[in-house]
Structures are given as structure tokens and as C-alpha cells.
Design a binder for this molecule. Structure first.
Ligand code: 13P
Ligand code: SF4
Length: 373
């Protein structure tokens, strides 16, 4: 991943090196993590995103989708350290939303999000200046998916914009359209397109913005008719799901239901029975009747966990290909143990700290989202 200047992450010279943990047995690593959690008590919170592997998520005090985790990050009064088992943008968000006395750590600093890296501050600022030549940018709301750097959240804060997650994108776009007629949505074209379409915005009123081309590859004359400008970014995991996979599943399970994440392409979302965030996928399966069959289009670790937790239901991963989030997978038991040992002994590694100026404006955009009901 690209590490921004806004996010500092250091390993002190006195810390125990990772090499001492890499080859430890699983049981030894489990023992290390459990005993440090016991000793640190409520001053430590381990947050885990649903895509984490089982060996890591079982140590999490709190699990959730991006919205739930960002709400939880700000809440606990006794907490002094958050160890975030997720990816870089999630740890940055926790740092921005948590109280000043809380420090946030990411067990492996290379755990990024390839989608978040598809939009950076320079290219968004370039797009904004190019748009300003042809449109009134005071009439455009920048909306960033939470899967983005703190720098982009800060950009949205400064320009009257807002953050969204996969579980509140519709509410956020309603808010945006109640204030200004146009939206620039980054970095995930699919979440933007799927949400806007569900609100009744026709495809002809949307344009794709390719940051590698002048004017995003658009003829300026056509932009006046566009209400939603979609950044050309995507999730490499969710783009693997194709409409033909739904056909295959339905041939096998004519009564089965297909449930997908809104980062999937429009053709997949349109053909699915249900669409939702990771948290809502979990809730849907928990409330589904015994004997029901499901084809699920989201990251492999979550789908496998659902299948093993619900043996009374038939749960299939929707794609014949393995689609796992390789960066989430970097957070493994050796990195978690390494991070905790160094934290406890006062030589912490991989603190994620957003600089105050960026954090202040990013918090403006995050708070706008969190205030929406
Ligand atoms: P959720 O907010 O649904 O957990 O999604 C986060 C994510 O990165 C999905 O790819
Ligand atoms: Fe990013 Fe996709 Fe991984 Fe989610 S699944 S963290 S969007 S790369």
C-alpha cells in the first residue's frame, strides 16, 4: 500500500523484532495474546473486522463492519490502546475518532486496502480543479467511502463533504442531494453506482471519472447533465464476482438466495436477492431459517466462518475462484502477538497517528456521517 505523509507508523529501536514471533507455534502465540489481554484488562481493546481470519478474530473484543467499528472506536472510556485487526484506513479512522489519550496500532503496517489506494489526495485535488473550470464546485458534494486515506476524508471535511460506509451510503447520498445537486464519489465506483441507482438516479446521469485521463476522460460539455461522478476505483476482491456465478448457484439451488456486498459490480448487485454490508450479511444469515440455502458474494474468510457457524444452513461462496482480501490476511497471529508484546513492554510498534490538521478536517466529514440517523 501507499503510505501517506499524514499517517506515521514507527518501530522503536528497543522493540523486540518480528523475527522472534514469525515461527512460533499457534498455541504459543495464542497464549501470548491471551495473557497480555488478561494483564492489560480494559485499557486494551482489540477491534476486528469481519474479514479477519478465525485465528485473529477470536481474540477481538469487538467485531463489526466499518461503520460499527468506527462508532465503537470513540466510545470506551477505560481504553488507552486500540489494536486494530483490519486495514490501514480503519486504524486511521479509529485514531481520528478516539479520545486523545488512546493510541491506535495496526499489527502489520503493510495491511492496506488496494481500493483505498486507487484515489490519493493529489489526484482528487486535480479532479476538483479540472471540474472547477466547467462546473460550480460549490454545487458538488465530495463523498468518500470510508475505504480511503485520512487525507481524502479531510478533503471532504474542507469542501462541505462527507464520509459513507457500505451500510449508510444511501442515507449519505440523500443528505448530499438535499444540499447540492451533484456528487463526486470516490474511490469505489460500484458502491457509488449501486447506491445512486437504488435511489432512482439513471445511469445516463452518472459519469465515470478516470483519474489517469484529463477531465477524467469526459467531454466537459456532457458534465452539465451528470449528477453523480464516479471515481474509477474498485475492490479487487469483489470485482471477481460475476453474473454467471449467480446463474451457476441458482442452477444448483433453485430455491436459494444470493446475498452480496455492494462493492460488487452493478450486474451482480442487480441480479442478487439481497445486498448489504458485512454486518448485515451476518445478521441476515443469523436470522435465516434452518434448511435455507445461500450464495454469498463477499470475502472468503467471512463466508467460511458463516458456513461453519451455521451448519443447519447451506452456505456457498459465490465464486468458483478464491477471493480473499490479501491485505487483511497480513494481520496474522505472529503480528498480533508481536504488536501486543511490544505494546505491553513500552516499546510499541506500528502506531497509526494522523497529523492534527488532517485529523481535524477528516473528523468533520466523519462526524457529518455519524450524525445522520
Ligand atoms: P464493510 O463496511 O461492509 O465491513 O466493508 C468493508 C470492506 O472493506 C469491504 O470490502
Ligand atoms: Fe479493501 Fe477490498 Fe480488502 Fe475491503 S476487501 S479491505 S475494499 S481490498
Amino acid at each position: 500500500m501507499i503510505e501517506t505523509v499524514h499517517s506515521r507508523s514507527r518501530i522503536s529501536e528497543t522493540s523486540i523484532p518480528f523475527s522472534e514471533f514469525r515461527d512460533l507455534e499457534a498455541s504459543a502465540l495464542d497464549g501470548i495474546v491471551t495473557s497480555i489481554k488478561d494483564r492489560m484488562g480494559p485499557s486494551l481493546k482489540i477491534l476486528g473486522h469481519h474479514y479477519q481470519q478465525d485465528e485473529v478474530i477470536r481474540h477481538a473484543d469487538l467485531t463489526g463492519d466499518s461503520l460499527k467499528l468506527s462508532q465503537l472506536a470513540g466510545q470506551d472510556q477505560a481504553c488507552r490502546a486500540i489494536v486494530f485487526c483490519g486495514v490501514h484506513f480503519m486504524a486511521e479512522t479509529a485514531d481520528i475518532l478516539s479520545r486523545p489519550e488512546v493510541a491506535v496500532y495496526l499489527p502489520d503496517r503493510a495491511a492496506g486496502c488496494s481500493m483505498a489506494d486507487m484515489a490519493d489526495l493529489d489526484s482528487v485535488e486535480t479532479a476538483w480543479s479540472e471540474l472547477a473550470v466547467h462546473l460550480d464546485v460549490d454545487q458538488i458534494t465530495p463523498v468518500t467511502y470510508i475505504n480511503s486515506s485520512a487525507a481524502l476524508k479531510s478533503f471532504c471535511g474542507r469542501h462541505g463533504g462527507i464520509v459513507c460506509t457500505s451500510s449508510n451510503a444511501r442515507r449519505v447520498l440523500d443528505w448530499a442531494f438535499s444540499r447540492r445537486p451533484r456528487v463526486l464519489f470516490f474511490p469505489d465506483q460500484h458502491l457509488g453506482r449501486n447506491t445512486a441507482r437504488a435511489m432512482g438516479v439513471p445511469l445516463e446521469s452518472m459519469a465515470l471519472w478516470d483519474p489517469h485521463q484529463a477531465m477524467g476522460g469526459n467531454d466537459p460539455a456532457t458534465l452539465h447533465d451528470r449528477r453523480v461522478l464516479l471515481w474509477k476505483g474498485h475492490c479487487s476482491v469483489h470485482q471477481m464476482f460475476k453474473p454467471s456465478h449467480l446463474d451457476q448457484f441458482r442452477r444448483l439451488y433453485p430455491d436459494g438466495k444470493v446475498l452480496v456486498h455492494p462493492e460488487c459490480m452493478m450486474e451482480v448487485v442487480d441480479a442478487a436477492d439481497l445486498v448489504g454490508s458485512t454486518e448485515s450479511i451476518i445478521q441476515t444469515i443469523e436470522h435465516a431459517p434452518a434448511g435455507s440455502s445461500w450464495g454469498i458474494g463477499t470475502e472468503l474468510h467471512l463466508v467460511n466462518r458463516l458456513a461453519s457457524r451455521h451448519p443447519d444452513k447451506t452456505i456457498h461462496f459465490l465464486s468458483p475462484m478464491v477471493c480473499m482480501c490479501a491485505t487483511m490476511y497480513r494481520i496474522d497471529p505472529p503480528h498480533l502477538a508481536w504488536c501486543l508484546v511490544n505494546l505491553e513492554r513500552g516499546s510499541p510498534v506500528n502506531r497509526i497517528q494522523v497529523d492534527p490538521e488532517t485529523a481535524n478536517w477528516a473528523k468533520v466529514a466523519l462526524d457529518r456521517m455519524l450524525e445522520l440517523r
